[in-house]
Design a protein around this ligand. Structure first.
Ligand SMILES: Cc1cc2nc3c(=O)[nH]c(=O)nc-3n(C[C@H](O)[C@H](O)[C@H](O)COP(=O)(O)OP(=O)(O)OC[C@H]3O[C@@H](n4cnc5c(N)ncnc54)[C@H](O)[C@@H]3O)c2cc1C
Length: 58
């Protein structure tokens, strides 16, 4: 990831900082990130795998 705030993820500009960073976009991480965002906090969800991808349970 490059420095600065000009990078984008899915057309959303990266911020310099976040209230919360969630590592892992499985069911647990996704639900956590969604709840944090719904509560009004900025959140960055980081997933190491490219998506969409196979996931156990799907
Ligand atoms: C064989 C098997 C069959 C299953 N079948 C079902 C089913 O039929 N139905 C069902 O509801 N559940 C099923 N489950 C259970 C379900 O898969 C888990 O309960 C669920 O995936 C757990 O979610 P999680 O978010 O805790 O972890 P995970 O789903 O493991 O998510 C963790 C995520 O974090 C990412 N990650 C890890 N390290 C990093 C890192 N350093 N940086 C960035 N990202 C990272 C991983 O790529 C992953 O996407 C099954 C499980 C197994 C093992």
């Amino acid at each position: 990831m490059r420095e600065g705030n000009t990078n984008t993820i899915y057309d959303t500009p990266l911020q310099d900082s976040y209230d919360c960073v969630v590592m892992g976009g499985g069911p647990g991480g996704s639900a956590t990130a969604a709840l944090v965002a719904e509560a009004g906090y900025s959140v960055l969800l980081v997933e190491r795998e490219a998506v969409p991808r196979f996931h156990v349970g799907e």
